[in-house]
Structures are given as C-alpha cells and as structure tokens.
Write a protein of this length. Structure first.
Length: 230
C-alpha cells in the first residue's frame, strides 16, 4: 500500500473511531446531578427511570442515613446485618436510603444484582430482595450468564413475584437509569469505595464503617442518638 493510500486509510479509521466515540457518548450521555440534593429523599423522575429513592423507616425524621453500596461487595455484605438491625430498631426515628454503587471492575455481578433488586422493587418487594441478595452472596457471587439469571429468578419465585415480569424488568431501561443515576450521585460526592455512609450529609469515618463491617453497631448508634438529641 502506497503512502497516499495509507494516509487515506488512516483518515478513514480516525473518522470511524471518532464516530463510534460520539455515538457512544450520545447513546450514554452523562447524567447531570449537579442540582440534585443528595441529602434528601429523591423523587421519581425521568433521570432515575421513574424510580424514587428506596427508603426504610421514618422519612419525616430529622435524621437520614444514606448508604452507597455494592451487592457483591464482601464489606457491604458484612455490614448488612448491622445496618438491618439498626434501621429496624430506629425505624420510627430515622430514615434509611440505599443507593446503588456497583463497582463492576471488582465485582462483575454487582450491577446484575442491583438490577434484580430494582426489578423486585417494581413489584413492591424491594427490601425483601435487597436483604435476600445480601444474605445469599455466596450463592450467586460466582455465577454468570444464564445461571446467574436463573438464580435471581428463583429468588423472585421465593418472594412470590411474577417471574416473567421480573425477568423482563432485569433489563428494563428504567432499572438501568436508576442504577446509573445512583452511581452519578455517588460520584458527585466522591464515593470511591463501598460501603460508604452519610449521616445527615456527613460522611461516616472509616473507623465507624469498619466497625459496622466487623459486626459492631455501637459506634453508629451513638452518632444517631447524638443527631436525634440535637
């Protein structure tokens, strides 16, 4: 191939790859959450796939605990029993919000698991699936493809969900938008690890988060009690 031909070929390659990049960006435009208040319960909108924040407890409380979590993350799984215990004990006093932050480079099944929980939420079983997915990490964590989907569908059946709808909703655009919206919120705050917790907008220290992972609730409940008293 002559010099001129190589130049033409190279130009074509640049145009093609440039087009692919532009198409990719237009197909998945960045989510602008600059004006979103991450410290409040976020209502359903087009941005989040018409899926509002998932809340547990008293949403009128002056104390709000937010978790950015990854369902395949071992540390999130370790903290889950403590968070579940605290939120149940304080359900009349505190609002708890869980937001998706799947670290897919570390946990390849994290986004699929988040989709399963969100799909269950569309049938009114968000927290049931949330808890079940966390509590069964060892069952689905190493699965892939059809085996992983079958496992999630078996959980849906266990919870009495419409299996056909659940399976369809796993890939629904609204579910994908919700997960990506939550990710954008976390990135806005600088979240780079899971679990990351915010109490009334203040990021919990690594010591408090580590204590939760290791099985202790006392550090967090002490902070919650202080917020309730103020």
């Amino acid at each position: 191939m002559g010099k001129v031909a190589w130049i033409i070929f190279g130009s074509v390659i640049v145009v093609v790859f440039g087009g692919l990049i532009i198409y990719s960006r237009s197909a998945n435009p960045p989510i602008d959450v600059s004006n979103v208040d991450t410290n409040t319960v976020i209502a359903a909108s087009e941005q989040n796939g018409n899926i509002a924040d998932h809340t547990f407890g008293n949403t009128d409380s002056k104390v709000t605990l937010v978790e950015y979590g990854d369902f395949q993350c071992p540390s999130c799984g370790g903290a889950h029993p403590q968070i579940k215990s605290i939120t149940e004990d304080y359900k009349d006093k505190v609002a708890f919000i869980y937001r998706n932050f799947p670290l897919t480079s570390l946990h390849p099944n994290a986004k699929a698991a988040a989709s399963a929980v969100e799909a269950a939420g569309l049938q009114g079983k968000y927290w049931d699936m949330h808890n079940l997915i966390f509590e069964s990490q060892s069952e689905w964590g190493t699965l892939s493809g059809t085996a992983r989907t079958d496992q999630f569908v078996s959980y849906a059946s266990q919870l009495g969900l419409d299996q056909a709808k659940f399976t369809t909703d796993l890939a629904a655009s609204g579910v994908t938008k919700k997960i990506n919206f939550d990710l954008a919120l976390g990135k806005k705050l600088g979240v780079n690890a899971t679990p990351t917790f915010y109490l009334n907008g203040e990021k919990l220290s690594d010591e408090v988060s580590s204590a939760l992972v290791q099985g202790s609730t006392s550090e967090l409940t002490k902070l919650i009690d202080q917020k309730l008293e103020n």
